[in-house]
Design a protein around this ligand. Structure first.
Ligand code: FE2
Length: 274
């Protein structure tokens, strides 16, 4: 007969192995999240934006997983592809193939991106070079007006909140209220610190990874204080403005995800819900 201590040891061991085993499995089990954004002033056909963030190509996120994500994005046929920053983890050597799986995706209305905290401290210049080489237009305190038929879409993006110099005034200087306005900031907490002159229709962020381990009743147990728990996954209402925070693609610190799978966000913009 085994002792009570040994029995407990086996139970904890079995639980630990299952926890890690499941977490390792879920980190590759991506989900497509569909977001419908009806815009009153929208004219004509809907458009589809795919939003990917926190790729974190690195020791925990391999090239084959990013290729799977890229294949899925191809099938979704986005009109616009947006990256929310944090392309790498641990070393800028991973830049050699962090974005290349997405190079052959060429949406009609372009590929856009902002910088995340890991990009800034692992090698900002090198990340910017890689974005250029992979045809991703960097929105670093900058806006761009896309004219598509009768539609006008303003995209603006800011530098990272903690490791860069985000500047909303500079980033949204040329934006007018005659189109659909979409803002991107790696860190969702940036949006709380600013006042908009022209109200955006949608804000996009990542950074939190949804907590990576998000347990029922306990919530995101490993979320760092710098991430903040206020806006950590999903859709929020920020004084009447929609803010969507994606769980992201890759992982950092621990190669696990539990009840928090990687996500490809599909944003459907239309005049009415369709
Ligand atoms: Fe990240």
């Amino acid at each position: 007969m085994i002792s009570r201590r040994k029995f407990l040891f086996y139970i904890i061991g079995a639980f630990g192995i299952s926890f890690f085993g499941y977490g390792f499995y879920e980190k590759k089990k991506y989900k497509i999240e569909n977001l419908f954004v009806p815009i009153k002033k929208w004219i004509g056909n809907p458009i589809r934006i795919v939003f990917l963030t926190d790729l974190h190509r690195g020791p925990f996120t391999g090239i084959s997983f990013l290729k799977n994500i890229s294949d899925e994005v191809k099938k979704l046929k986005p009109d616009i592809l947006i990256f929310g920053g944090d392309y790498i983890y641990a070393s800028n050597n991973y830049l050699k193939d962090a974005l290349s799986p997405f190079k052959e995706i060429n949406p009609l209305l372009g590929k856009w991106g902002v910088l995340g905290n890991h990009d800034n401290f692992l090698g900002r210049k090198k990340v910017i070079k890689s974005l250029n080489e992979n045809d991703v237009y960097l929105l670093n305190n900058e806006s761009f007006k896309i004219i598509h038929g009768e539609k006008k879409i303003y995209l603006f993006g800011v530098d990272d909140l903690k490791t860069g110099n985000p500047d909303l005034n500079k980033g949204s200087k040329f934006i007018k209220d005659d189109g659909t306005i979409i803002g991107i900031s790696h860190n969702p907490l940036f949006w709380e610190k600013v006042k908009f002159k022209t109200k955006p229709d949608l804000l996009l962020s990542g950074h939190t990874h949804g907590g990576q381990i998000d347990l029922p009743f306990l919530g995101p147990i490993f979320l760092f204080p710098s991430h903040g728990k206020k806006y950590y996954r999903g859709l929020y209402n920020l004084d009447g403005i929609k803010l969507y925070v994606s769980r992201g693609i890759g992982t950092i610190h621990i190669p696990l995800r539990i009840f928090c799978p990687p996500e490809i966000t599909v944003i459907n913009i239309s005049g009415n819900r369709f």
